[in-house]
Design a protein around this ligand. Structure first.
Ligand code: PEP
Ligand code: MN
Length: 672
């Protein structure tokens, strides 16, 4: 690179950057102030605080403008997501402020996770005093007797599920939910300085915290001792003389107590999260324009369909239920109590009407409270904007001709339109497969961290919705690159997460299904394995969506029966992928059977994708076949590209150059 003649000195460049950063801060502060003013206006006009469609449109415009200024879509989207979230939080704080309380009851003292959650939820309130309880029942008792204005209790965890004891304490229905809080406990094994991991003889902790670290603790066969709270566990570790006790606790809290960390991040899942409820003695109203949740408690009559009747009331009212939990009623064996959370305000028209209707088909029904939703999920940028088309409305995939009444086919039923007339839409990581046209893209094989990172960044930037990459490669020759296996899958997953893309990867043998499904959002069964029936049964037991590629020499009828294996094993998330078949023609790697698409659209409800890359085997033919696939009604394509196709370890000749991929995306989403 040649530098322009007069480059200002480094310090002056840095000064200009600092000045810009300061200007940025002022702009952000002003924006935040405006957001609060907007809240004041919406308060009066009762306008909804959020208008997702408008947010999406604005974000799309910002991305287009940002690109014109030479900025990347992903970069700008991340920034605007953070800015919008903060602005929504500010508006919510004006419209539905967390009430001032002086005393909050929690489990355990300051070292417990409940204390961390309460301090975070009531952040910034002066003189906040936590009232510790030894057990959940004590916490609830404090609140009931007026010893505190609120109580903050854990209700569910992403690893261990519902915290039944807390549900049961809410059975009387006298305690109202007035808030929720999400906390990500980063469990560590902590002990007095000087003790090493191998010297630990017993691990203390709250049963919930220990259960969330089951794999770590079980693997080391460490004897466990349940404590009333994490704080209680810490006190015992601190109080011991030269003992060999360790505790599961937050590393920050442990450090503040002078304890050292023997092992960090020991929870079974990295995204461990606990949802807390904030309880009070009286309900609190939430303004109608604030996104909120409502909690209910009901019981039904003992007759067939009694629960379904209640649930259908909410469906018919268009109310989304986010959680249902059933708990026993002591003294009335097998009379279940149902706790339900739903999206919506108890005073809103839809919820209020649904509640009236639900009262008619329940034995008991009680509203436990209405509270602002803690989560404000960001809106996405439309693929058409990312693909750089002028927008707007992407023509929807033409619906299949209305299914004439037809007999169920022989040998396959679950895949047929006779079984299910409506198109199946598979939802994975915020992406809908089987609805609007979508693109899955990435390298043939995961080769290295920088390669897969470059692919993920480029794919996301240009509107792809799913990141592909093979880690177990079915190669014709045993001497060809066989893939990086599970370490490659970890790289693919991390790259996908960095750029907001769920991933798809091939699984080749039944023994690998569990390990691959633990990480991959979607499983792929390759063409060579279409009739590997053991593999089909194994992916049928997995909980991940499966893309079944058409066998090199398979008829549509055989292909649908292969799909039936997966469906019959219980997995209803199957998509089909036409990737070319063997014919006498040698000009292309395979012959892309595009007529299979409309044929399948008529026969089956499953989503249908097309893989132009493996079909043609030549990069110059990929884009035209991709456009053709869209034209014949495919729900999407899966396509290979590579940062440096000449250096690709597999399928280089069919890999698109990054720019070629971007151009294809623009053409696919061009206004038509
Ligand atoms: C692939 O998608 O990486 C692949 C190997 O495809 P196919 O099974 O269609 O050959
Ligand atoms: Mn390939």
């Amino acid at each position: 690179m040649t530098l322009p003649a007069a480059v200002p000195p480094l310090h002056s460049l840095r000064e200009r950057i600092t000045a810009l950063d300061e200007a940025l801060l002022e702009v952000l502060a002003e924006r935040q102030q405006l957001a609060r003013s907007i809240a004041a206006v919406t308060q009066e006009d009762a306008q909804p605080m959020r208008d997702v469609e408008r947010e999406q449109q604005l974000l799309g415009q910002h991305v287009q403008r940002a690109r014109a200024l030479g900025l990347k879509a992903g970069f700008v989207t991340r920034i605007f997501h953070a800015v919008l979230e903060e602005s929504l939080r500010a508006q919510r704080a004006v419209l539905a402020p967390v009430p001032d309380v002086t005393r909050v009851a929690v489990l355990g003292g300051e070292g417990s996770y409940s204390a961390l959650a309460a301090r975070a939820h009531f952040e910034g309130q002066e003189g906040l005093e936590l009232v510790p309880g030894a057990r959940f029942a004590d916490v609830v008792q404090t609140l009931r007797q007026g010893g505190s204005a609120s109580a903050e209790l854990p209700i569910e965890n992403s690893i261990t599920g519902s915290i039944s004891a807390v549900y049961d304490l809410r059975r009387d229905g006298d305690l109202c939910v007035v808030g929720e809080h999400y906390l990500q406990p980063r469990h560590a094994l902590v002990a007095r300085p000087g003790l090493s991991l191998s010297q630990v003889q017993r691990v203390l902790g709250h049963p919930q915290a220990l259960a969330q670290c089951e794999r770590f603790l079980q693997g080391r066969r460490l004897p466990l001792q349940f404590c009333d709270s994490t704080d209680h566990a810490l006190r015992q570790v601190l109080a011991q003389g030269a003992g060999a006790l360790a505790a599961v606790a937050s590393p920050e809290v442990a450090a503040a107590e002078g304890l050292s960390v023997l092992a960090s991040d020991i929870a079974d899942a990295a995204d461990n999260e606990t949802r807390f409820l904030v309880l009070a003695r009286a309900v609190r109203e939430v303004p109608l324009n604030v996104p909120c949740k409502t909690s209910l408690l009901f019981s039904t009559w003992q007759r067939p369909g009694a629960l379904a009747d209640v649930l259908l009331v909410f469906r018919d009212a268009g109310v989304n239920l986010t959680r249902i939990e059933s708990r026993p009623t002591p003294g009335q064996s097998w009379q279940e109590l149902f706790f339900v959370d739903l999206d919506g305000n108890v005073q809103g028209e839809a919820v209020a009407a649904a509640l009236q209707a639900a009262a008619r088909c329940t034995r008991t029904l009680r509203v436990l409270g209405c509270y602002p939703s803690e989560r404000l999920p960001p809106t996405g940028v439309p693929a058409a904007v990312l693909a750089q088309a002028q927008l707007p409305a992407v023509e929807p995939v033409p619906a299949a001709a209305p299914a004439p009444a037809r007999k169920a086919p022989k040998g396959w039923t679950l895949a047929s339109r006779a079984h299910k007339p409506q198109d199946t839409v598979i939802e994975v990581g915020g992406v809908r497969i089987g609805a609007d046209f979508l693109v899955m893209a990435g390298p043939c094989a995961v080769e290295s961290e920088p390669q897969v990172e470059a692919c993920a960044a480029w794919a996301a930037e240009h509107g792809a919705r799913v990141l592909r990459g093979g880690c177990f490669k079915p190669r014709t020759s045993p001497y060809s690159f066989q893939g990086l296996g599970l370490p490659g899958l970890a790289l693919l997953k991390a790259a996908g997460e960095r750029h907001g893309l769920p991933i798809i990867t091939e699984v080749m043998s039944p023994e690998d299904v569990e390990a691959v499904a633990a990480t991959a959002d979607n499983l792929q069964v390759g063409a060579r394995n279409m009739q590997n029936f053991s593999l089909l049964k194994a992916v049928g037991l997995a909980r991940r969506p499966v893309m079944l590629k058409r066998g090199l020499m398979s008829s549509i009828e055989e292909w649908l029966q292969a799909a039936e294996y997966i469906l019959a094993a219980g997995n209803q998330q199957v998509m089909l992928c036409e990737r070319g078949i063997r014919t006498f023609e040698t000009a292309t790697r395979n012959t892309l059977d595009l007529s299979a698409v409309p044929v399948l659209r008529e026969l089956t409800h499953l989503p249908i994708l097309v893989d132009p890359s493996h079909a043609v085997g030549r990069r110059d033919l990929v884009a035209p076949m991709a456009l053709a696939a869209r034209a014949v009604g495919a729900h999407g394509i899966i396509v290979e590209f590579h940062p440096e196709p000449e250096k690709a370890l597999s399928d280089g000749p069919q890999a698109l150059y990054p720019e070629q991929f971007a151009r294809m995306m623009r053409d696919l989403y061009a206004e038509r």
